[in-house]
Design a protein around this ligand. Structure first.
Ligand SMILES: C[S@@+](CC[C@H](N)C(=O)[O-])C[C@H]1O[C@@H](n2cnc3c(N)ncnc32)[C@H](O)[C@@H]1O
Length: 216
């Protein structure tokens, strides 16, 4: 069972009321499982949170690093206004193909473009699309500090930058895991995000630490 499906009664109450997947999102997750797409998407609470943020900020152009099967991208794209665009960067061709099929089925494909390859190789070419109104980082944790540098470079005052999995399901503060590349990457990311002179930042702790910052 995924950690995101282990809800206590209060969390389940909130999920049922505010955040439950509709049929399209539930089908995406079921098909992802049957097609061997890893079970590591955000949960519906975060999806809804991203949707609210897009609407709150009036974001029109969003960058996502780490697309997987397109679950978070679906929440984001649904909230974009007419003419809005999401550019997703994804390492695995299989994930990108699956996500594209889902977005076509959901009528979202014309709002989303996925670029396949290591994000650090795709990011320089994304410059021509900048500035972004929102950047969501949800890929390999060791590269989060580099992704944050790009996010800052591709931002304007008011851009919202998010990074998922700050807690790394406990690894961030596990004394046994401090020499892991991913833990060091996340520690650097958190340290820069929390103290950067251009950012006002915080972390939404549930379920695994969703860091967020707004560019001054
Ligand atoms: C946690 S999943 C993303 C989940 C997705 N945001 C969602 O909630 O639906 C991480 C994704 O990042 C991709 N990834 C890992 N390393 C990457 C890299 N160097 N460049 C681009 N994508 C990468 C993985 O293939 C995986 O699909």
């Amino acid at each position: 069972m995924s950690k995101l499906t282990e809800t206590n009664p209060y969390q389940q109450f909130l999920r049922d009321l505010f955040h439950s997947d509709d049929d399209d999102l539930a089908r995406l997750q079921t098909e992802a499982e049957s097609e061997g797409i890893p079970n590591m998407s955000i949960g519906p609470e975060q999806g809804k949170f991203l949707q609210v943020l897009v609407q709150l900020t009036g974001a029109k152009k969003v960058l996502e690093i780490g697309v997987l099967g397109g679950y978070s991208g679906s929440w984001i794209a649904r909230a974009l206004p007419e003419g809005g665009r999401l550019i997703g960067l994804e390492l695995e061709q299989k994930h990108a193909d699956f996500a594209r099929r889902q977005w076509e089925r959901m009528g979202l494909a014309d709002k989303i473009e996925v670029r396949v390859g290591p994000a650090l190789e795709s990011l320089p070419d994304v410059a021509e699309e900048a500035p972004f109104d929102m950047v969501f980082i949800d890929a390999d944790k060791g590269n989060y500090p580099a992704y944050l540098e790009y996010a800052l470079q591709y931002s304007r005052p008011g851009t919202v930058i998010l990074g998922d999995n700050v807690e790394m399901w406990g690894s961030l503060v596990d004394p046994e895991k401090q020499d892991w590349d991913w833990v060091q990457g996340m520690r650097t990311f958190a340290s820069v995000l929390s103290s950067h002179e251009r950012l006002t930042s915080t972390v939404v702790p549930y379920p695994d630490g969703l860091a967020m910052a707004v560019v001054k």
